[in-house]
Design a protein around this ligand. Structure first.
Ligand code: COA
Length: 181
């Protein structure tokens, strides 16, 4: 299994990964979200990585640009969304590998903060911690019972404790249905 940056010709396979991984109910919507995010100018720079096994794409992760506003700041921010592994390839560490490779590349290109809205037992394994307690508000309010799902990690800089505010995501991601845990 290798991890590499996605290319334009991977696009339909990537959309299928999300369709199958998220299942009948959410799959089509997440697949459309990825399709739209890949064309969203306000999401750039993006980082789109695929996991490839025997020439077949089995996993995909997408990071898109965000900003801290209210108060405005120049911190370099990315959001991890979404991540999907084909059902047959799940639970063999590929998700973690995609996250870790993405974080490594973002760190070396100077990204300071990475946010995720996801499962609060999964993402802390890759260094994420609750973002609300650190003073970062999600683009849409996260209900109190799901507050642990809104997470962040610092890759560069000395941001925690010095800067906080509301996270503004790309236009495509900035729809309330994408912020329900
Ligand atoms: C969630 C997902 C990305 C994890 O990737 P993966 O390669 O299967 O997981 P890994 O092998 O890295 O990690 C396995 C561990 O994660 C746990 N895990 C798997 N899916 C999980 C989920 N949706 N929530 C919480 N934990 C999960 C497993 O129970 C396992 O735990 P263990 O190590 O204690 O046994 C993958 O299962 C998937 O694509 N699921 C469907 C799409 C989805 O829900 N994406 C959510 C991210 S936006």
């Amino acid at each position: 299994m290798i991890i590499r940056v996605a290319t334009q010709s991977d696009r339909s396979e990537i959309l299928n990964i999300h369709k199958y991984a998220f299942g009948n109910e959410k799959g089509p919507e997440i697949s459309r979200l990825v399709d739209d995010l890949l064309d969203d100018e306000t999401a750039k720079p993006i980082l789109s990585l695929v996991a490839v096994d025997d020439n077949n794409l089995i996993g995909h992760i997408l990071f898109t640009r965000a900003m801290i506003t209210q108060p405005e700041s120049s911190v370099s921010v990315q959001i991890l969304a979404p991540l999907a592994i084909l059902p047959d390839a799940q639970n063999s560490g590929i998700g973690q590998k995609l996250i870790n490779e993405g974080l490594k590349q973002l760190k070396s290109s100077g990204t300071e903060l990475v946010f995720v809205l996801g499962h609060p037992t999964y993402y802390p394994r890759c260094g994420f911690a609750p973002a609300g307690k650190l003073g970062f508000e999600a683009p849409y309010p996260i209900p109190e019972e799901h507050s642990a799902a809104w997470m962040v990690q610092e890759l560069n800089g000395n941001i925690f404790g010095n800067i906080n505010g509301k996270v503004q995501c790309s236009q495509v991601l900035n729809e309330p249905q994408h912020w329900r845990e």
